[in-house]
Design a protein around this ligand. Structure first.
Ligand SMILES: [Zn+2]
Length: 137
């Protein structure tokens, strides 16, 4: 059993934020893999199990440009294959994207509960839109 914190305390709030952030990340991962049609951004291959790989690690978890579909080989064993990742990002989002993500990474390290709730709602509707589009071909 996980320890329950007393409602209204700071630690209770932080725990609540952490759980919601985890939920948001699993939605983000699902969204990105659907959006990219299961194709790895760095090697272009498709496997039964795909990941959502960061370009900038440990930040910008919910920036659609920073997170792209990757295979396990590129994401884990090649640590993101960042040299190729950078080239692919520029091709996808245009020149300047690397600099922009670099600047953004310092700006928003934490999310409030309300921000995460908004992110969750947005991702859920994007996921259902993609699933609908997939169904109708
Ligand atoms: Zn790959």
């Amino acid at each position: 059993m996980r320890k329950k914190h007393r409602e209204g305390t700071k630690i209770w709030y932080q725990d609540k934020v952490k759980k919601l952030k985890r939920k948001c990340w699993s939605l983000m991962s699902e969204y990105v893999r659907l959006r990219d049609k299961g194709i790895c951004i760095t090697c272009g291959k498709k496997y039964p199990v795909m990941n959502a790989g960061h370009f900038k690690h440990g930040c910008l978890d919910f920036d659609e440009r920073n997170i792209n579909c990757q295979c396990q080989g590129c994401n884990t064993y090649k640590s993101g294959a960042l040299d190729i990742y950078a080239i692919k990002l520029e091709a996808k989002y245009g020149f300047g994207i690397i600099q922009e993500l670099e600047e953004l990474k310092w700006k928003k390290p934490f999310y409030t509960y309300e921000e995460l709730e908004q992110i969750k709602t947005d991702l859920e509707s994007k996921i259902s839109a993609l699933k609908l589009a997939e169904l109708s071909g």
